[in-house]
Write a protein that binds this ligand. Structure first.
Ligand code: ZN
Length: 262
């Protein structure tokens, strides 16, 4: 009887110790899991500026507003900033255009000097820039757009759905950056249809890295397709040097830049 009691007391003690060990190990595991994010936070705090600007908290709303406070002092209503997209139809806007070098392509006469400098700099860097597309008038854009819709609808007449489908490939008249006469598709040679994967990537990178000093921006960056609707690594747009530098340095698209002035 005595032995049985001792044995059951021993078993009870062992069970208690076992349970305590289980609880202890669980606690230390959860402590480990907690230490993960704590370490990440520590890394972040190291990379933060040592002395935040007076009156601002890092990552706060004030800091975000400060980031746009250094935006260039430009008149957003000036011709360089004309915005043509699906929400801003520029209707039959017709700037005065002049030929680009000895091509059959045209550009706004107020920005032709900047474009020529940009092209010459590309040549000096060892590239052979080709002007694939530049100015397209309202009526030319209308023609391409209607043509595309007719092609889709063939042999029927295009309906609303066909026009909507066509708009995925050709911007409807009034909504193309090419109609501003400030947008230009620069490639390394003539292409039947534009496909970035077939192009000289180092040339595209050179254009991207150097465009701003001549007043140009990448108009349709891949990362901004959700805003602009297009991804064209060959399409550059004149906005003037100050705006271009600010836009390229801050990874903005023209839509975002214009909205900073609203
Ligand atoms: Zn283009």
């Amino acid at each position: 009887m005595q032995t049985k009691r001792i044995l059951s007391a021993f078993a009870f003690t062992m069970l208690t110790i076992f349970l305590l060990l289980v609880v202890a190990s669980r606690t230390s595991e959860s402590a480990k899991a907690d230490s993960g994010p704590a370490n990440i936070d520590a890394d972040l705090s190291v990379s933060m500026p040592a002395t935040p600007a007076p009156g601002t908290l890092p990552g706060s709303k004030e800091e975000q507003e400060d980031k746009t406070a250094d935006k260039p002092d430009v008149d957003i209503t000036s011709w360089e900033f004309i915005l043509a997209n699906s929400e801003h139809n520029i209707s039959s806007y017709t700037p005065h255009v002049v030929p680009i070098e000895n091509t059959a392509q045209y550009f706004d006469e107020r920005a032709i000097g900047a474009l020529t400098e940009f092209l010459n700099a590309a040549r000096a860097a060892g590239y052979s820039p080709y002007i694939q597309n530049a100015y397209r008038s309202y009526s030319a854009q209308n023609y391409s757009y209607n043509g595309r819709a007719s092609q889709i609808a063939w042999p029927d007449y295009p309906d609303e759905d066909d026009y909507a489908e066509a708009a995925k490939y050709v911007a409807p008249p009034g909504t193309s950056d090419h109609q501003t006469a400030l947008g230009v598709d620069i490639t390394d040679r003539y292409y039947n249809s534009l496909d970035a994967s077939k192009m000289d990537q180092t040339f595209l990178a050179w254009l991207r890295e150097n465009c701003a000093q001549f007043g140009f921006i990448l108009r349709y960056p891949a990362a901004k397709e959700s805003i602009t609707g297009w991804n064209e690594p060959w399409h550059f747009r004149y906005v003037g040097v100050d705006a271009a530098k600010y836009i390229m340095e801050n990874n903005l698209c023209l839509e975002q830049f214009v909205s900073l002035y609203k």
